[in-house]
Design a protein around this ligand. Structure first.
Ligand SMILES: [Fe+2]
Ligand SMILES: [Fe+2]
Length: 282
């Protein structure tokens, strides 16, 4: 089975004044006054859709942050942008930016379909386990919570097929250490990791959130679990800052992950990464 993985596209539309009464005000200052919105580019986003249309894959997986501040205008634009991918076998979970404020809750589901803390989709003899840990939070933290952790444990205990676990936040840093501090991280990442490690059928973990991609692993006696973040798929081409957009294609079989291909945006189009996946860094 071939899995196409995109993440962190961050479709942006400047919020209206009436939409700025909450966390979005801080986000708008960050995006529009401090210039962070130059980090994401409609040109890269359009090239992403053109490139992925030419990629053969059995399933398309998106690990969230389709929008910047979760306004209706951004969701509508993201839904339109992603129409070609959504017409394929498409699995998606929200990112923290898709539930940016309390009033935005429910908007992701309206535009992209129902969400659940843990959902299992059978594809190509694998269980694709979609884990949604995103909530509106001033510190941009995620959590699965006790009920979600129990649901993840039950989902993995209830089958024997090889499993891929997809979530928005990293479990480990690019150096293989515990990820994050008091903000912008998943609070119960360690508990999620412990469940993944306990079940030998978990053969791959994928995520987004860190916009510079990386590959690491979860330690497991003689059988570590590969963990992959392609890096943001909607990033502008900023070579002087070592930044551009990426997406990945995984080939998996009954034994696990066979191959990883990573594509990078060269300012005009996405091309196979020179030197192999992650050879050019994040
Ligand atoms: Fe992101
Ligand atoms: Fe994120």
């Amino acid at each position: 089975m071939r899995i196409l993985h995109v993440t962190d596209i961050h479709v942006e539309r400047a919020p209206g004044v009436g939409e700025l009464w909450n966390k979005r005000l801080a986000g708008a200052v960050n995006l529009y006054l401090l210039g962070r919105h130059h980090h994401f580019s409609p040109k890269a986003q359009a090239a992403l859709i053109a490139a992925t249309a030419a990629i053969e894959a059995d399933v398309v997986l998106c690990t969230g942050d389709l929008t910047a501040t979760a306004t209706d205008a951004e969701f509508a634009a993201a839904a339109e942008l992603f129409a070609p991918l959504r017409a394929r076998d498409w699995l998606v979970i929200p990112g923290n930016h898709d539930v940016y404020t309390g009033e935005s809750v429910g908007r992701f589901a309206r535009h992209f379909g129902p969400v659940a803390p843990v959902r299992v989709e059978r594809r190509g003899g694998w269980d694709v386990v979609l884990v949604d840990v995103c909530h509106p939070d001033w510190l941009s933290r995620g959590w699965l919570g006790e009920g979600g952790l129990a649901a993840l444990e039950a989902a993995l205990a209830g089958g024997s097929a090889p499993a891929l676990v997809a979530l928005h936040y990293p479990l480990r840093s690019r150096r293989g250490e515990r990820y994050g501090g008091a903000a912008r991280a998943c609070i119960d990442a360690e508990a999620i990791e412990a469940i993944c490690v306990r079940h030998p059928r978990v053969r791959l973990v994928v995520h987004g959130h860190e916009h510079h991609g990386f590959r690491t692993e979860l330690p497991r006696d003689g059988d570590p679990i590969p963990v992959i973040d392609p890096g943001a798929s909607g990033y502008a081409f900023l070579p002087k800052r070592g930044r551009t957009a990426h997406f990945c294609v995984y080939e998996v079989d009954a034994a696990g992950l066979r191959t990883v291909e990573r594509y990078a945006f060269d300012g005009e189009r996405f091309v196979s990464e020179a030197g192999g996946p992650f050879a050019t860094g994040g």
